[in-house]
Ligand binder design. Sequence first.
Ligand SMILES: [Zn+2]
Ligand SMILES: [Zn+2]
Length: 332
Amino acid sequence: MPRRPTATFVLSLDVEFAWGVHDRIDPATIPFARVEEIVDALLELFDRYEMPVTWALVGHLLLDGCDRGVEGLPHPEMPRPRHSWLKGDWYRHDPCGPADRHPAWYQPQLAKLIRGAAVRHDIGCHGFSHAIIGDRGCDAATAMAEMEAAAAVVEGATGIRPTSFVFPRNSVGHLSSLRDSRFRIYRELDRSWMERIPVPESVRKPLRIIDLLLPTDPPAVVPSEVLPGLWSVPGSMLLTRAEGFRRFIPATLRSRKAIAGIEKAIRTGRVFHLWFHPWNLLNHGEIVFEALDSILAHAGRRAGEGKLRLATMADLLPSDESAGSTEAGARR
Ligand SMILES: [Zn+2]
Ligand SMILES: [Zn+2]
């Protein structure tokens, strides 16, 4: 028997629909309902290449609907973050049901859809309402409520307690609450140079484009145990969207970079961790799909040669830790 390769390709998706932007813009300006088609196409693509993926879902999406409390506020039981940029109540855009009328806010069939795929995916969490957990406006009680509520909704929908967590906007914080909520692994900020330097997001965006043009490989990463029983795995690369001027970046440039990252993981016996947001494929998504197709084809080929493991975040846990989630991730 050949030795099982430790080089691993992991893909994690931040799935939020309207919840990803509700604190910054009016989500009604973006056709989030169409993200359903993108999710369907992604599931088909992952089945074709037998790629198990970590789907980090905003918990609220899985609700069948929700009601206003006695004072007319949505989710009166939930503590609110006090982000400095926020105007009005955190849940002010929540339509409070019914689910079928507001697909940007509710996708109760999503867990079943993912579980129904031929590949065994990992369903993780991306908060309950996308509060920015590492921001100083999010206190410990709010962080804990975000994590617990999200985990409870996913567990209710799938029967499996989720172990993977992706912090909204990669804003990492309140790690002891994360561990107390029985999550076991989270995505840490990317190891790449342009994600680490302290510049505003408006400066970082062009830097990501510059990096795509540079002949450098994205970083290969390793999971590490940050608290007893709680692991982190950094991202290696964000799959760049094709909106606006980014549509002029050909798919080959995106896939070439990711494939270089996969090869680096194989050379070093480490992890190449790609991630993106499905809703970012709303505009010129065909370019990103083409890139993803090439990346998955390459990864599938290398996996077939026994050089690469295709895995979810949950699969990166030591085997005793992942006992509760083995069902969630295909192993190879
Ligand atoms: Zn609600
Ligand atoms: Zn997000």
